[in-house]
Design a protein around this ligand. Structure first.
Ligand code: GLN
Length: 247
């Protein structure tokens, strides 16, 4: 068994240590004796939709997104659509989430193209939505709280072909009005949660690992439980902080 990850634009899209999500995939597979291969794909590099089962796109500031957006459309969009349509996992965070949608109208009013992997549109507002964010997520019939940190000017509106990733418990989420956070279709998830996201949410990390392995093997893998006491404490602290933000 091997988890095959493609890390897109590791140099350009890595705000708030989003690269830490990759470290979590490596560590949680390593602890269980599962191989983990991470291939990086930067500007001008084509990707093979069948060579990876999990594609990761981190967050970035507007100027980083401007650098990446045309390249994403030109060299990676078709492959990502093919991968997503055949059950690959895509996790896109903040700036990456916005570019996975139809596009982002940035703070300076420039229009950055997206790849339409997620039916959503983002327009920058006049202020930034910043702070701890807690949401409630249901995946495979299991309800869990997921927590992280948000810092974005973009307001994201979802179209009919996606569902929200979660419901906001505390914080702003997609646009501070809808009560929703992120977007989801098949096994593609877009979210505003940084921090990075996965160290504090091991349940989500394992769900994504499981989906990716399942795409390769056709079977739901048995993932051995891990001692997640530290992760649980970090999560509780973040949930507490998010609660105080809304209160
Ligand atoms: N530039 C985007 C925004 O401000 C994304 C920021 C981010 O990835 N943190 O909305």
């Amino acid at each position: 068994m091997k988890l095959r990850i493609c890390h897109l634009y590791p140099r350009e899209l890595n705000i708030y240590a989003d690269r830490g999500n990759i470290a979590v995939f490596r560590q949680r597979t390593g602890w269980r004796g599962i191989d983990c291969e991470v291939v990086e794909a930067g500007l001008d590099e084509a990707i093979d939709p069948d060579a990876h089962d999990l594609f990761y796109l981190g967050g970035g500031q507007d100027r980083d997104q401007a650098l990446v957006a045309p390249d994403l459309v030109a060299t990676k969009s078709d492959a990502l659509h093919r991968a997503a349509d055949s059950g690959a996992v895509v996790l896109a965070v903040c700036g990456g989430y916005q570019l996975a949608g139809h596009g982002y109208k940035a703070t300076d009013s420039s229009a950055l193209p997206g790849i339409g992997l997620i039916d959503a549109d983002t327009v920058a507002g006049s202020d930034r939505l910043i702070g701890d964010l807690a949401i409630e997520v249901e995946l495979d019939g299991e309800l869990q709280r997921v927590v992280g940190y948000e810092n974005h000017a973009g307001r994201t509106r979802l179209g009919p072909d996606v569902q929200p990733f979660g419901k906001v418990l505390a914080g702003a989420g997609n646009d501070s009005e809808s009560g929703y956070e992120g977007a989801m279709r098949d096994r593609v998830i877009g979210t505003y949660l940084h921090g990075p996201l996965l160290p504090k949410n091991p349940w989500l990390a394992d769900r994504l690992i499981s989906w990716a392995l399942q795409r390769r093997t056709g079977r739901v893998p048995e993932l051995e439980p891990l001692a997640d006491e530290l992760e649980a404490k970090a999560r509780q602290v973040a949930i507490g902080r998010a609660g105080r933000r809304s209160g």
